[in-house]
Design a protein around this ligand. Sequence first.
Ligand SMILES: Cc1cc2nc3c(=O)[nH]c(=O)nc-3n(C[C@H](O)[C@H](O)[C@H](O)COP(=O)(O)O)c2cc1C
Length: 167
Amino acid sequence: MQILKSYRETRAVQYPEPVSIVIVKDKGSRYNPMSASWVTFTSIEPRMLVVSIGFERYTYELMQNQEEFVISIPSESMSAEVEFFGSNSGRDMDKLKELGTLTQPATVIDGVLLAEASVNYECRLTGTLKTGDHMIFAAEIVASHMHADLVPRLFMLGPKHFGGLGI
Ligand SMILES: Cc1cc2nc3c(=O)[nH]c(=O)nc-3n(C[C@H](O)[C@H](O)[C@H](O)COP(=O)(O)O)c2cc1C
């Protein structure tokens, strides 16, 4: 039986939820990571995904001048990164430098991969769609990487609560 509830209450019971990190280059040489839950795979051939980014984010501003970005799937040990990248703005600081997060160069695009992540995807923008107060950025995956030790991904287990699924 279904009971009528507010949207806020229905969202609160949808954990665990996957979380990702989108990394976009600024006009200089800095790469800005932003935590993003709203990332979805959308096509098999070509390989494509979308990420939904709020208009107020620095990352949205950067995307106005960028055709390329990385979607990183953080590993279980990266909850501090996800919290930090999701609660601070690249307008105010170099987030990667601030945490001393290990990176390695992307292989096809001008980007960086997060070295400790489970998976990293190099992406090229193909289109956008405005949805309310966020913009959806659709992209083709042009290179895929995974951690050499097959480390499991991180999930959001509840509000501000991150961890692995233990499987
Ligand atoms: C777990 C988590 C998931 C988030 N998911 C999204 C998302 O999908 N889209 C979005 O625009 N912001 C999302 N945010 C908020 C941004 O990460 C946050 O506003 C960040 O500080 C913006 O950074 P920037 O100004 O450097 O772009 C999320 C935050 C957290 C902690």
